[in-house]
Design a binder for this molecule. Structure first.
Ligand SMILES: [Zn+2]
Length: 498
């Protein structure tokens, strides 16, 4: 039994903090009140501290980078107070895998790192139950993962019978515990997906009370159209909707603000977007190619780059950026690790070529496997957007092990702490509003019935804050972060849709 005495509770509901004693027993919050005479195995003096529910990061990439396997502690999340992460975003998930292929996560990582011994969503969860994680993990199923298993690398509409099979798979996965369904409509393999196909699939998600999360078809010139399409789908199906990593790209701020207006005034379904308070995207390098040059998949993209004539055409269509705007985060290729951390300006200087030519060379040197940190987000505007009622905070990142040859942007380990700091500096949202955004709102959205609040009977996923800094974290009643340090305790669980 753990007794936390005289602590200010920010309970996650958005109401003002109040002072009480809290008793944890097993994995639950067993009592909240005034217990001056109670003794316990562990007593924590709460003076000067806040107690909040554990934070929920609604959009993470730890599954895409396979770091759930290579770094099961996921401690970069725990250290910032995140006790639950949600994966399976942007159309790509680790399950179901009809033929065991992880092809759809290859844009983030080397997929030969692990052995796949599951096919259905249910089999995946069973296996995952045995892996001890530091955080709780739940996942959506990815549209692209299933679609590519069904029709391979073809770029075409589904036949009637393929769509029927697809619907069966979605239904079965939801029954087996998937939290919902995601699309990555901005990526080459999904960009041409017709609205009708999405609607058929999303209707099933709605029937099961799952969440539909979408990486928009177009975040540039087509932003407003993409948001409108998403809102139409939400309205026509009533599905709980989440617009993934919704961010104002430089040069498209006006479109972003207009889209925000549409979102703010939308009625007809539960609607949120998630975003992060940083000025960068982390993207697979091939996404810089013009759309026509991405069609057909990786082999065709590489062939395009190898053709001098096509390369010249691509060069003319690359976006404008400065020498420090692109940094190599990860190359996935051991013989190219020396490029990690290099800025595009350095590569251009070393090779005596223009910035755009350097980007093309980087694509070729890494056979399009590189991930880059791209400074293309308007920070001021994204911070303002995060204040909206519809905004949830997400890292859209992963927790890597220390020995991975990759650059960790602050987004990977500081998203939630940073937002707490920003809110404090600007005086809004209030601490209780920020905590509500981090906890009960996402818990409700994803149907986590006994998480997201400091309330009797709830699971003891908790954070102790001192001056808004994470001092201790509990997962399922166990203190996994103490004095800001990871305790080597793996108390995370697999979360199913309930
Ligand atoms: Zn995405």
């Amino acid at each position: 039994m753990i007794l936390i005495k005289g602590i200010q509770i920010v309970d996650g509901s958005g109401t003002a903090p109040y002072r009480a004693d809290v008793i944890l027993q097993g994995d639950k919050i067993s009592a909240i009140g005034n217990f001056p005479k109670k003794s316990a195995d562990v007593v924590i003096e709460g003076l000067g501290l806040h107690l909040t529910p554990g934070f929920i990061d609604v959009n993470t990439d730890s599954d895409h980078y396979l770091s759930l396997f290579t770094n099961p502690s996921q401690k970069d999340f725990l250290l910032q107070g995140v006790t639950t992460i949600i994966g399976g975003h942007c159309g790509s998930s680790l399950a179901p895998l009809l033929y065991g292929s992880l092809e759809s996560v290859r844009k983030w990582t080397n997929i030969n790192q692990i052995n796949v011994d599951w096919q259905t969503f249910g089999e995946f969860l069973k296996i995952f139950n045995r892996i001890k994680l530091g955080v709780n993990f739940g996942t959506l199923i990815g549209h692209s993962t299933i679609r590519r298993a069904l029709i391979g690398e073809d770029f075409r509409d589904l036949t009637k019978s393929e769509l029927a099979v697809f619907k069966k798979i979605v239904q079965q996965s939801l029954e087996e515990g998937a939290l919902g369904f995601s699309t990555g409509l901005g990526y080459a393999h999904s960009r041409q997906t017709p609205y009708g196909e999405l609607k058929e699939l999303v209707k099933i998600v709605k029937d099961y009370g799952g969440v539909y999360a979408t990486h928009l078809r177009n975040e540039h010139k087509g932003l407003i159209a993409s948001v409108s399409e998403t809102l139409k789908l939400a309205k026509e199906t009533g599905v709980k909707t989440l617009i993934s990593h919704f961010r104002p790209l430089l040069g498209f701020e006006k479109d972003f603000e207009d889209s925000l207006d549409l979102i703010e005034n939308f009625e007809g379904a539960d609607l949120h977007f998630d975003s992060y308070p940083f000025n960068v995207s982390i993207v697979p390098i091939y996404t810089f190619l013009p759309h026509w040059a991405q069609n057909g998949g990786l082999d065709i993209m590489l062939a395009n780059l190898d053709s001098e004539e096509i390369r010249a055409k691509i060069l003319k269509e690359l976006p404008k950026f400065g020498p420090e705007d692109i940094v190599v985060a990860d190359t996935q290729l051991p013989d190219r690790f020396y490029l990690v951390g290099k800025m595009i300006g350095q590569i251009a200087r070393n090779q005596g070529v223009s910035l755009n030519e350097a980007l093309l060379r980087l694509m070729m040197m890494t056979r399009l496997r590189a991930l880059v940190i791209y400074k293309n987000v308007n920070l001021e505007l994204v911070v303002r957007a995060l204040g909206y009622e519809q905004a949830l905070v997400s890292s859209n990142a992963a927790s890597f092990s220390e020995n991975k040859q990759a650059i960790k942007h602050e987004r990977f380990f500081k998203t939630f702490s940073r937002f707490l700091e920003i809110a404090n500096q600007q005086g809004r949202p209030s601490l209780e509003e920020v905590i509500e955004k981090f906890t009960s709102i996402p818990a409700q959205k994803f149907g986590f019935k006994d998480r997201g609040l400091v309330q009797e009977g709830y699971i003891a996923d908790l954070v102790l804050l001192q001056e808004r800094k994470v001092q201790a974290v509990f997962v399922g009643g166990q203190m996994v972060i103490k004095d800001g340090k990871f305790q080597d305790i793996f108390a995370g669980r697999v979360l199913r849709r309930s």
